[in-house]
Structures are given as structure tokens and as C-alpha cells.
Design a protein around this ligand. Structure first.
Ligand code: FES
Length: 180
């Protein structure tokens, strides 16, 4: 009789053990489900917040006033704005134009060599006349001009955001040159 009671007790214990394992598995999968739900909800909320604050790209101002035309000497390359705006302003007998100081080979910044009257790129040796036309080295095309105009107060306005390419015929367009 005692032996029968013992085996009954062992059976009950085994059943209770497997029941406990079953519950702990259910508990685990239940928690996993809630965690997944929480992550999906969080992602949805974040996506909503992102669309409420769209990304805006702020472009730096590309336009600046460079002074009066009379401040630019005929036959000289003015380098005053090269470090801030990457342009040279050049006045010749016909008028004035601004060249973008970026080599048309691979984008280095050329130097103005006054004694040789040319722009020379330090990277691979391209050379450009004062007009911006390329004549030596690997640069495949002239330097680009940028937009020039006159403001109401008589000052020269330069916009480095507008470029003119000689090989496209852009140097004939208004804005690429100021007759003065
Ligand atoms: S980047 Fe100017 S010559 Fe190559």
C-alpha cells in the first residue's frame, strides 16, 4: 500500500513538473510577443515623428557683394575673395568677370602666378590663361565663370552658385561678363 502511495506521489510530482515547464514556455513566448509588439509600436511612433519634422537642407548663401567696379584694376586678378568664396575677380579692357578657382581636371585649387600671367594647378600641372582658358596639362576644359551683376547701390554682386561653362557657349550669356 505504501509503495502504491509512493508511486502516486512520484507521478503527481512529474505531472506538476511538466505543467510548470509548459507554463514557463507560455510565459516566455508571451513576453516575446509583447516585446515584438512594443518594438513595432516604437518604430511606428518614430516614423510618425520623422515625417512630422522633414529633413531640410540649408544651403549656404552663395551671393556676396564685392565692392565698387572702380575698386578693380584693369589687367589685374583680384584674389581678395579666393579663400572665402573660391573666386578670382578679373577686370580687363572690356569689362569684368569672375572665375571659379577649381581646376577642371580633378578639382584642386589653382594658384595665380602673376609673373607668368597664368593660373597654375599644383596637383598635375594644368595651366590656364587669365581668361580661364586651359592651355597646358590634363585639364580638359576652361575654368568656369560665376555670375556677376551690379546691385542698386552700384556694388558688384557675385554669385558662386551660378556657373558658366565656355565649352557650352555660356560665356556669351548675360551674367557671365559685365561690360564696363
Ligand atoms: S587637379 Fe588640376 S591638374 Fe589635376
Amino acid at each position: 500500500m505504501a509503495s502504491a502511495d509512493n508511486s502516486q506521489a512520484v507521478g503527481d510530482a512529474a505531472q506538476a513538473g511538466s505543467q510548470a515547464t509548459l507554463w514557463s514556455r507560455r510565459d516566455f513566448f508571451g513576453r516575446l510577443g509583447w516585446a515584438g509588439f512594443g518594438l513595432v509600436s516604437l518604430a511606428t511612433v518614430l516614423a510618425g515623428m520623422r515625417s512630422a519634422f522633414p529633413r531640410v537642407l540649408f544651403k549656404p548663401d552663395t551671393t556676396f557683394k564685392a565692392g565698387l567696379l572702380s575698386e578693380f584694376i584693369v589687367g589685374e586678378v583680384n584674389e581678395k575673395f579666393k579663400s572665402d568664396y573660391r573666386v578670382w575677380i578679373i577686370r580687363d579692357l572690356q569689362g569684368l568677370y569672375a572665375l571659379y578657382a577649381k581646376c577642371t581636371h580633378l578639382g584642386c585649387t589653382p594658384r595665380w602666378l602673376k609673373a607668368e600671367s597664368k593660373f597654375k594647378c599644383p596637383c598635375h600641372g594644368s595651366g590656364f590663361y587669365m581668361s580661364g582658358i586651359n592651355f597646358e596639362g590634363p585639364a580638359p576644359r576652361p575654368l568656369e565663370r560665376v555670375r556677376v551683376s551690379i546691385a542698386d547701390d552700384g556694388q558688384l554682386v557675385v554669385d558662386v552658385g551660378v556657373k558658366y561653362r565656355q565649352e557650352n557657349g555660356d560665356w556669351d550669356k548675360p551674367g557671365s561678363f559685365l561690360h564696363a
